[in-house]
Design a protein around this ligand. Structure first.
Ligand code: ACO
Length: 432
């Protein structure tokens, strides 16, 4: 068996490109390798072109690791043995402005080349370049939760999978506003980006969506690029008549029960969220509604007569955050208007980017951060823990109870928890 170390591969970085709607050769080979890495079915040429158009529109930079030692019949030297993609989109951090975020996706290493340090090399090079280019925060969504802490990424929030009974047991005991209508799902391709953009502007934790989302939510591109005729859609109109929410869904008829699966649900305000749920929960011929991207503290539960009707069947981590410039990100973040105080935080970081001592002072809804200083730290933690704390979805006291924060000054963890209370509940509906 070949036994290259990470240093013996050739690394190439290039922009994803699809001139005239056709993937260029490097992008095509990269996509072929990525889909194999995720054990997906063979992509049709049409699916490759569609995917290339989408990732080129995202502005993704693709990196491949290539080997020249390809034995007879093995995949050729043009197909990378490892893939890695990065691009910049915005993250809502509850502040006045959306924060540019360095997003990482499509990380795969061919099974025959794994555990030789390829991921470590790709990740370290990429974060170093992003840091040098002035990026303050990196983020990803992950396949496995055991890989990325070592690179300084912490889980910033999770999402719930829920099932909700439709029909008699679905009874909202609060008034809803506006109204819903069914639409041709294909129309979501133009409606959904507008609604999402209002959601994104309002919701701490939201990451701007990649280009591929809209065709998928509209049923125009299912698995392997083909249209998916099972997708149906509804929209919510606010009191002024403008569309402020949408749901894409499909119905599965089982032998004993019929389930409505929510594929995508985005609401620009609370009225749209409850209004869409009212429609989904009241569909005839449906026994249960399933949604795999519900907020961890779902307002629906509190709006229904039966608190138990929302049954959590699972919880998955969604966004992982890695701080590259602690001062910039904490100064960009939003704070409650009455949050006031300061905490000196000592951060340990194997990769160095966030390492150091920081005084985070909050007043009047803003923070100022000074680095260094001779003050003794109030708390000590690792970089990934600070990534988890950053948006405020997890309480600092919970992480201290888990042994992830060392409190050096009595009361400092409670102070940190109060200062980092998010301006609105943290949530996001982007997987990348
Ligand atoms: C952002 C995303 O795209 S998430 C998707 C991640 N990709 C996948 O899950 C696809 C299937 N898996 C793979 O392609 C590969 O196994 C990868 C990408 C997870 C790992 O690639 P490798 O090149 O084997 O990793 P590499 O040898 O660089 O290991 C780096 C470190 O991560 C650890 N590691 C690697 N894979 C895993 C894993 N699945 N679980 C836990 N730890 C892991 C290694 O032990 C090593 O630890 P150390 O350096 O602290 O001793």
């Amino acid at each position: 068996m070949a036994s290259e170390t990470a240093d013996e591969y050739e690394f190439r970085t290039f922009p994803a490109a699809a001139p005239d709607g056709r993937a260029d050769a490097a992008t095509r080979n990269w996509l072929v390798a990525e889909s194999r890495g995720f054990h997906e079915p063979r992509m049709t040429p049409e699916a490759i072109d569609l995917a290339a158009v989408d990732i080129a529109a995202d502005g993704r930079r693709l990196t491949g690791a290539y080997t020249t030692t390809t034995p007879e019949s093995a995949l050729g030297p043009d197909v990378p043995v490892a893939t890695f993609a990065a691009y910049e989109h915005t993250l809502n951090v509850g502040g006045a402005e959306l924060l540019p975020a360095h997003l990482i996706a499509g990380v795969t290493v061919r099974p025959t080349h794994r555990r030789r340090g390829l991921l470590r090399r790709l990740m370290t090079d990429d974060l170093t370049a992003a840091h040098a280019a002035g990026q303050a925060l990196a983020a990803l969504t992950v396949s496995e939760a055991t890989i990325y802490r070592r690179f300084g990424f912490g889980t910033a929030y999770g999402l719930d999978s829920v099932t909700v009974p439709a029909g008699q047991r679905f009874r909202l005991t609060v008034p809803t506003t506006g109204r819903c209508e069914l639409i041709d799902a294909h129309d979501l391709v133009s409606i959904a980006p507008r609604v999402f953009s209002a959601f994104h502007a309002r919701t701490p934790g939201s990451v701007d969506r990649q280009h591929a989302y809209w065709r998928r939510s509209a049923g125009l591109a299912g698995p392997n690029g083909a249209a998916d005729d099972t997708v149906r859609a509804a929209v919510h109109y606010g009191v002024g008549g403008a569309i402020d929410g949408f749901a894409a869904y499909r119905v599965h008829e089982g032998d004993r029960a019929t389930e409505l699966e929510v594929i995508d649900l985005v609401a620009a305000n609370d009225g749209a969220y409850l209004g869409l749920w009212e429609l989904l929960g009241s569909m005839d011929l449906v026994d249960t509604v399933r949604f795999d991207a519900a907020p961890a503290d779902d307002p629906l539960r509190w709006a229904l007569a039966d608190w138990r009707a929302v049954r959590t069947t699972g919880r998955s981590d969604r966004l992982w955050i890695r701080l590259l410039d602690v001062g910039t990100v904490f100064e960009a973040r939003g704070y409650l208007p009455d949050a006031e105080g300061e905490v000196v935080v000592e951060v340990a970081d194997d990769l160095g980017f966030a390492a150091g001592r920081y005084r985070i002072r909050v007043a009047g809804g803003r923070a100022s951060v000074t680095r260094g200083g001779s003050a003794e730290p109030d708390v000590e933690l690792e970089a990934w823990v600070l990534g988890s704390l950053y948006l405020g979805a997890v309480d600092a006291r919970t992480l201290a109870s888990a042994g992830r924060i060392v409190e050096r000054t009595a009361g400092a963890v409670g102070r940190l928890a109060a200062l980092l209370t998010p301006v609105r509940p943290v949530y996001g509906v982007t997987h990348f």
